[in-house]
Write a protein that binds this ligand. Structure first.
Ligand code: HEC
Ligand code: HEC
Length: 332
């Protein structure tokens, strides 16, 4: 063999070894995960009530895990709550945030999270549910597609996570099968890199520290997610644009933009605490609207937030550096 051929053969062998190594790493070691934690929920009526409050008025799990009624203001979740959604695929018309994707790159059927044993989470352990919510790993060890906002829920305290699980388990089981997800290349690989296991116990800041507690709430209630522009294709919000809004949402034929929540004049600068509360309490019941008049933000669900929690969010938002956002400009 000539020396050139030898070099080429060595290079080809190297490429094969590197590719095989990458595949072994991606499919053998990703997503990073720990075994489902030994997380036991002690369910009492108080704990279930706390979970109900969180699910219905703060975390809004059912806004994704149910169909929504877009003929009514703020698109309330339609019963049976938590039973999952019809699949979305390349041809599904986007509603709400769409990450600039023309259609879903594959097929995703948001799952049934009611306690049905066959088609829901009835057979899952508490630890498996907690790991899915906060660490982005499904029961079978697969990475959850990050439309599931586990990367916001990583800070959900152990106590609040337990309350959510206690509430989920107290709901009637609904039989509703959702097929497995399929993802096109390269997303099927990219999202395997995202999940991060938690290293230890998670606690919420004390309620007496309203700014810190408001920061906690504004993350788990996804104010941060919807009100922060992100680089196209990334799930993590841009740190330098935190809460400055301008994120485009598709509503019928209209694009709406989430508001700048920083205390700048293009945001909440001219708002008072009273105006903020009034906006959240304005619609406590859904009413008929056209698709164009609707809002992606589920105001009706959020209207049930306690005074204490809303006040904490306001206090926190007031501490943000004021940033300018021209609302009718694409910020992504
Ligand atoms: C913004 C939309 C959204 C919200 C809000 C949301 N989820 Fe999800 N969830 C998803 C999607 C999408 C998936 C599927 C991901 C996949 O299959 O890769 C999912 C998957 C799950 C799974 C795994 C189910 C399975 O069979 O693999 C559980 C459990 C879950 N979510 C629980 C919750 C709980 C509890 C909440 C509220 C605390 C919640 N989700 C809020 C979108 C959401
Ligand atoms: C699912 C995405 C989403 C979530 C979650 C969300 N928002 Fe919004 N928000 C929007 C969009 C879109 C608009 C613009 C349409 C509208 O005014 O309803 C908006 C508008 C607003 C406005 C301006 C209302 C007005 O009358 O001009 C405020 C204030 C606000 N959001 C605060 C919050 C806070 C605080 C949270 C968390 C508790 C939150 N949002 C969660 C998407 C979201």
């Amino acid at each position: 063999m000539s020396s050139l051929l030898k070099i080429l053969a060595a290079l080809a062998a190297l490429v094969v070894v590197v590719a095989a190594g990458a595949l072994i790493y991606i499919y053998g070691f990703l997503p990073r995960q720990r075994p489902a934690p030994d997380f036991q929920v002690v369910s009492t009526p108080e704990v279930v009530a706390r979970g109900e409050y969180l699910v219905k008025h703060v975390l809004l799990c059912n806004d994704c895990h149910s169909e929504r009624d877009w003929t009514l203001y703020s698109g309330p979740a339609k019963p049976p709550l938590g039973a999952g959604r019809p699949c979305m695929d390349r041809d599904t018309k986007p509603v709400g945030i769409n990450f600039g994707m023309p259609g879903f790159p594959g097929r995703l059927c948001i799952r049934n999270i009611t306690p049905d044993v066959e088609t829901g989470i009835g057979a899952w352990t508490d630890g498996e549910i907690a790991r899915a919510i906060r660490e982005g790993v499904s029961r079978n060890g697969e990475a959850l597609f990050p439309i599931m906002p586990w990367f916001m829920y990583t800070i959900l305290s152990d106590e609040d996570t337990a309350a959510v699980i206690a509430y989920m388990r107290a709901q009637p089981p609904v039989e509703s099968f959702r097929p497995d997800r399929t993802l096109d290349f390269p997303l099927n690989i990219v999202f395997r890199f995202y999940p991060r296991p938690l290293g230890g116990p998670v606690t919420a800041p004390p309620r007496s520290d309203t700014v810190a507690y408001g920061k906690y709430l504004s993350k788990i209630a996804r104010c941060e997610f919807c009100h922060t522009a992100r680089v196209r294709g990334q799930v993590e919000p841009q740190a330098e644009r935190l809460f400055s809004g301008g994120v485009p949402f598709t509503m019928g034929t209209r694009t709406q933009y989430s508001m700048n929540l920083t205390p700048h004049e293009t945001g909440l600068g001219a708002w008072t605490r009273e105006m903020f509360f009034e906006r959240f309490r304005r619609h406590t019941e859904p009413f008929p609207v056209t698709e164009e008049e609707n809002s992606e933000m589920d105001w009706v669900a959020f209207s049930g937030m306690s005074d204490e929690d809303l006040g904490a969010i306001w206090d926190f938002l007031q501490t943000l550096p004021p940033r300018e956002t021209k609302l009718l400009e694409r910020a992504d």
